[in-house]
Design a protein around this ligand. Structure first.
Ligand SMILES: Cc1ncc(COP(=O)(O)O)c(C=O)c1O
Length: 433
């Protein structure tokens, strides 16, 4: 086993297809089974360890990470870009997971400057410093933040990280403080993709992100006045989009490429188009993953002719399915015709449904493929009615005291945890199979 650390939408689909129990028929494993997340002897195993035993040993709530999965996800992503023949730079969006154990896996994939290396996408000065402390060189870090202050710039301008500026006022500010610097600009292509419309960052509804096309000429003029060289165009279409979001992403990309051409025409030496992150990971059996080769083909079709390096900054794609969150069932009770399953954890350590409306899959550790014969609402221990993880959700019968695993929580869940209601943070174990 690895090390431990002390505690420091779219409407939900119909849940997993039931494992069924017809005598003699071949039973398909649940959709989420893979190396590192398995059913052995009828019990859930994570990273090679029995999930319930981990929970009993370390206490709940507990994040259980299958560490090798970070590397597998990153390599699969890079391999698709390679197959498409694209010059690329993959940078992990640090906001998704900043645990040193996870970062060590990604760091080990390649040394600075190597094609196989994974860089870092940072969105705050704190993330830049954290990446530096965990082994990344300044040159490997790309910063794309929003509403950046003078104090932020004190840190950001001190090192040769690459800055993508997302407002004309930022160009003014950086231009005044660091004339002659090479920068990128984040644009808003006014087309987006997301798990649902609320997670589109650059759709029809104006958002706080990026420079819009109608002000591109102004951006170029400000850069020129301060002798800033614009060498990168960045956009992020939105978060959590799946197979059906690829068309929206492509629309955003098309418009971004149009803006890149405008910049090239204005004399900006655009060397990289950074297409952000946002690729989602299925949370339920009925969600379809993005086909990475189809994604890479879209990138190649639109960016190949520009001859630029393609920058990608996936967070969830690399981190999400690396961990489960283990919790204890503390209440099973009917209220107003609804069966509530209450857990000893809250949205303070798993805000995916509360904040983003991501669907949540939950399995019983002692019988992860048991038929889902009940329909329940699974709720947490924060004193807020919205503190639920799954509603009208098919589950096998569970009892007080048993351990359940909430799947797909290696991205954002631990990073966004807080001690709301003075509920403690969850512990974490990092397993190496
Ligand atoms: C600019 C930028 N890049 C990358 C990401 C990572 O997104 P994801 O984890 O959905 O891949 C985000 C997330 O909000 C972002 O805003």
């Amino acid at each position: 086993m690895g090390s431990t650390t002390a505690p420091a939408g779219r409407p939900a689909g119909p849940g997993t297809a039931s494992a069924g129990s017809a005598a003699g028929s071949e039973i398909a494993p649940p959709w989420w089974v893979r190396p590192g997340l398995e059913i052995r002897h009828g019990r859930l195993f994570v990273g090679g360890a029995d999930a319930e035993a981990l929970a009993r040993q370390h206490g709940t709530p507990l994040f259980a990470y299958d560490l090798p999965r970070f590397g597998e996800n990153a390599r699969r992503f890079q391999a698709a870009l390679e197959r498409a023949g694209l010059p690329h730079r993959v940078r992990f969006a640090l906001k998704a997971n900043r645990e040193p154990e996870a970062l060590a896996v990604l760091r080990a994939l390649g040394r600075p400057g190597e094609r196989s290396a994974i860089g870092i996408d940072a969105c705050s000065p704190g993330e830049v410093l954290h990446a530096r402390a965990n082994g990344w060189l300044a040159e490997e870090i790309s910063f794309t933040g929003t509403n950046v202050s003078e104090r932020d710039l004190d840190v950001l301008l001190a090192e040769p990280i690459h800055l993508n500026l997302d407002a004309i006022s930022q160009l003014e500010r950086v231009g005044r403080r660091a004339p002659g610097r090479t920068v990128g600009i984040r644009v808003n292509p006014q087309a987006g993709a997301g798990y649902h419309a609320g997670l589109e960052y650059s759709g029809e509804r104006p958002t706080k992100f990026g420079i819009y096309e109608d002000r591109l000429a102004e951006a170029v003029e400000v850069a020129r006045r301060h002798r800033l060289t614009i060498d990168t165009l960045h956009f992020h279409a939105g978060s959590g989009w799946l197979a059906d979001g690829l068309a929206g992403f492509e629309r955003a990309l098309e418009r971004a490429v149009g803006m890149a051409r405008t910049l090239l025409g204005a004399g900006c030496p655009i060397r990289e188009v950074n297409v952000g992150g946002g690729l989602g990971v299925p949370a339920r059996a009925d969600e379809r993953p993005v086909d990475l080769d189809a994604y890479a083909a879209v990138l190649a079709r639109h960016l190949g002719p520009l001859g630029v390096v393609v920058g990608c900054e996936p967070g969830d794609y690399i981190a999400r399915d690396t961990a489960v969150l283990l919790g204890e069932v503390v209440v099973v009770e009917e209220r107003g015709g609804v069966t509530f399953v209450g857990l000893d954890l809250g949205w303070n350590v798993n805000c995916g449904y509360f904040v983003y409306r991501y669907a949540q899959e939950i399995v019983a550790c002692r019988a992860p493929d048991a038929p889902r014969t009940e329909v329940v609402t699974v709720a947490g221990h924060i004193n807020e009615a919205g503190d639920v993880f799954a509603e009208d959700y098919p589950m096998p019968p569970v009892r007080e005291g048993e351990i359940v695993a909430l799947l797909g929580l290696g991205g954002y869940a631990q990073a966004m945890s807080m001690t709301h209601c003075l509920r403690p943070l969850a512990g974490a174990v990092f397993l190496r199979r």
